[in-house]
Design a protein around this ligand. Sequence first.
Ligand SMILES: *Cc1c(COP(=O)(O)O)cnc(C)c1O
Length: 359
Amino acid sequence: MIDVTKPFLPPIEEYQSLVNDIWSRNWLTNNGPLVRNLEIELKKHLELDHLLFTTNGTIALQLAIRALNLTGEIITTPFSYVATTSSIVWENCRPVFADIDRNRLTIDPTKIEALITKETTGILATHVYGIPCHVEEIEVIAKKYSLKVIYDAAHAFGTQYKNKSLLDYGDVSTLSTHATKLFHTIEGGAVISKDAEVIKRMELLRNFGHDGAYKFNGVGINGKNSEFHAAMGVINLKHIDAILADRIRVSQHYDSRLLSLNIRRPEIPKSTRYNHSYYPIIMENEEILLKVSHSLQANGISTRRYFFPALDTLDYVIKANNPVCDNIAPRVLCLPMYFNLLRSDIDQICDIILKEMKN
Ligand SMILES: *Cc1c(COP(=O)(O)O)cnc(C)c1O
């Protein structure tokens, strides 16, 4: 059985050693030393000003929307994981969908301006598969109309754009460190901002609004994370260079084996050091996609249709007609991609794809 993803697990002794420390301190959660240490290490590693570790990537999105006081309409992408849209709705805002760029599969900046109304307060875009959005064009629009920009950077750990972390763009960037992500803490996420005020608000929001033991500054939620999750992050961060390097190996082997086929790959913009967080292929049509994925499944190989269906078809949003997304979402397939995926397994996957597509 080859899964589409497999969580990275460090040598157990490394994790055990930090668990022993937790036992001796008897400090399990509530901004403990490992949580603070992980935040410091992540800021250092990613060269970021401010970062807060959160329960997960969905709460991170909700904290960002709250902290930036977004209301009314938020312009967003229909091509992402459901949490990008559900967090907007959960925060009592309305998602307004702009179509995607057919090359990068991220939000198409030329489609944003026509959707702006008096009700629009922000843009929430996803660096889908870790591919940078058109951050410069989006910034120009946001400035012109005084909109806030949130990037759902759940896939973006390790991607650099113009010599800095992709997490350093936007008013707030959010990260997921869920077990399926390239850098993980089992469950977890983070909010990132250059603005100390915004970070301060998110810090209050993350901890019930506690401003000291007996004073509350606004309504908050429990968005904290535990020492056990932080421990996994501290250890996994030590392995991150190996994790990123191995994904290049996997990607390149897929590239070389699938070269001859009529499949398209999303475009990585110039000045990007890409993290290879996924291996999506864009097939000619949905019929071929289904034929290939069924054949892989029959051979014990799982794939995922990230991201299908498009989010502008969810039953709790106002439906939108986005021809590029409607056309592409049904024919993208993500192939297995994880640390130490065997070369022989990649060969087996490619043999099946080649066989199905040449028939
Ligand atoms: C994984 C993911 C999320 C949600 O993160 P969780 O940590 O699972 O809550 C949000 N957006 C995108 C694009 C994701 O892939």
